[in-house]
Structures are given as structure tokens and as C-alpha cells.
Design a protein around this ligand. Sequence first.
Ligand code: GDP
Ligand code: MN
Length: 379
Amino acid sequence: MDLLEYQGKQLLARHGVPVPSGKPATTVDEAVAVAEEIGYPCVVKAQVQIGGRGKLGGIKVAASRAEVEEHAGNILGMDIKGLTVHEVWIEEASDIASEYYASIVFDRSAKSSLVMLSTKGGMDIEAVADEDPDAIAHLHVDPLLGFQDFHGRRLAFDAGVDADVIRPIGDMLAKLYETYLEEEALLIEVNPLIITNDREIKALDAKVTLDGNALYRHPENAELTDPSAEDPQEKMAKERGLTYVKLDGNIGILGNGAGLVMSTLDVVAQAGGAPANFLDAGGGSKAEAITSAVEVILSDSKVTAVLFNIFGGITRCDEVAKGLIEAFATINPTVPFVVRLDGTNDVAGRELLAEADLPNVHTVATMLEAAEKVVELAG
Ligand code: GDP
Ligand code: MN
């Protein structure tokens, strides 16, 4: 789960990482009230989960009440790379002497966490990695040893930070690592990490990704949602406890088991089609869950045909058939369905479907035939 900049900063602040103080606002009036409290100059920052807001006009320094009004008015509602800004973060302005870069990311290939530090912050770090890879110091953390003080100093030294900030930067890296570990994050990126004219260090920006599978251990983090990033279909599916990922094609997919659904996406693509979603109804799905899943799939107006690919293990094919029949009774779909039922109670399931004689439902025996049929029907 990705956090907004200010949610990330508040998380870091709880672990003792210095950040500029600020408050969020969703209206111009709120922004002005916050600015009056913080004082001037302050910075108005668009809260959307995307980098490069600065270059796109989503970050403005305001020297007065009138300027906050102007900037907040322009930024709220602004479109940044396809995301609408619903919230701004108003914070005290910082005077910047240097912009550094720091991050911690889980490096799967090395099976450990990677800490990076560079004095070339503020800009696009991918460009730095391409053009001047030596400018980024890195260190893989041994999970048994943890992140030690000497690691922080070594990184600071390798990155070539100013001598007077070697220790404070080492301390900040240790706190970032503590946050990363305790909050079960997959990524923490601070770009820029700034040195002020008074030689203080602060996290000026924060990009934090938390491990969604660990959120049940962090109920307060689970509440940090971003209304602008949530896709309506994905939200609906989440509320119904379904595993659903929206894709950009037009063929709705429902299967049981993540492996089967992924193979279904592959087979549909191989047959020349474009899946509209990934939907895993899970093992042992009852009729009600199937009806609920059909509603989610059909709420995407791009869907022109649906493929049900069920392999009955603990899931019973007759239950799936009942679910589909109920779904047709309640929502009356207008798009064609292709159904492949195989495994436990498949004969009973196919009989139920034959008896119900649903309009525009095609029962097919194999996965490949099913994929070809649905691609043909989807147009
Ligand atoms: P991003 O563009 O989405 O990565 O947003 P950042 O929060 O990293 O801000 C981009 C740039 O805006 C920073 O690198 C700074 O140069 C500038 N900036 C952000 N906040 C302040 C501030 O308080 N004072 C000053 N002078 N510049 C700021
Ligand atoms: Mn940034």
C-alpha cells in the first residue's frame, strides 16, 4: 500500500525522523487557516501518489495569505499525470543548502534490504543511477546484524556527504531503517533529504510503501487510505472481500485460485484477447460470493464478455453454477458469458446451467476453447 507524502512523513516523524511541520487541507479555506497557523513563507504541496509534482506545478511556495489562496486554489482539483488532487499539505518552508537522496527498499534478488544514499538528490534518481551510478552509495543489511551505527557512517562517507553531517545523516538512516522494520514497509524513499542553511537535516519528501499483507498487524496504518488513488471497482471488490485487480482490456475474468486466474489471463492473451481484470473468487466459493463477483466484474463498463474458468477442488461446480444463475436473476447481464466448469460436481453444474437455459451463456469443455470463444464473443 502506497502512502501519500504527508502520511509517510507523519509515520517517519513518529520514529523520530525530523520533518517540517505541517497540516493537510482539502479546501482553500482550510489551507488558509492552516497557513495562518504555521506562518509564512509556507509550501503548498499536492498530495497525489506520484513523483515529479514539483516540475508539474503541484508544489508552490507562498509568502502571504493571498498567495496561499491562489496556490491552493490552483492545485486543488489539478490533474497530475491522470490523478486529481483532492488534498494539499501545507508546511513551513525550508531553506535548502543541499538536496540529498536516501532510500531503503526490499531487494528480492539479494534476499535482503538495500539502503541507498546519494548527494545527488532532488532530481530524478533513475537518471543519476544511469549516468553516474557511483554517486549512489549502497549497503545490503544483514537481517541478523541489523542496521548498525557504523553502517550509517560508512554510507555517509561513501556517498561523500559534507563532513559535518556524516553523523546526523547516519542517525537519520538508522531511524529510517527502524521505521521500515517496525512498520513493515517495502520501500521508504526520501528525496530530497535536505540540509538547511543552519545545517539541520530534514526529510522534505517521503514515499512510503507498506506491505499490504502485514496491515492487519498495524490497524492505524490500514486506515491511511487515499481516496484519489482508489479505483471504484477495486474498492467495491475490497469491501466484498474479493481479490480483484483491474486491468485495461474488455474481457471480464473470474476463476478460483490465483494460479488458475493467472493462467486464464495468459490463455486469453494467447487467444488474442485483453483481460479486463484479475478476479480470484477463492477456494470453496458459495453461490452468494459468485453473484457478488459478477456484480464487480460487470460494474466495469468496458467489459463486453466474461469468462468463468472454474476448477472444482474444494469449490463445487454446482455452487458456482447456482451463483451464476442467481446473478442472472438479480442483475440480468447483457454481455455474453463463457463458462468452463471442471472438477468436483462439474456434471451437476453443467446440468444446472443447461436447465436454467440462461440467455447468452456458453458452456465450453476446455480452457483453451473457452478462451477462444470469449475472445470471439468480446469482439
Ligand atoms: P516531488 O517533485 O513530487 O518529488 O516533490 P518534492 O517534495 O520532492 O519537492 C520537489 C522540490 O520542490 C524539492 O526538491 C525542492 O527543491 C522544492 N521544495 C519543496 N519544498 C520546499 C520548501 O519548503 N522550500 C523550498 N525552497 N523548496 C521546496
Ligand atoms: Mn521528491
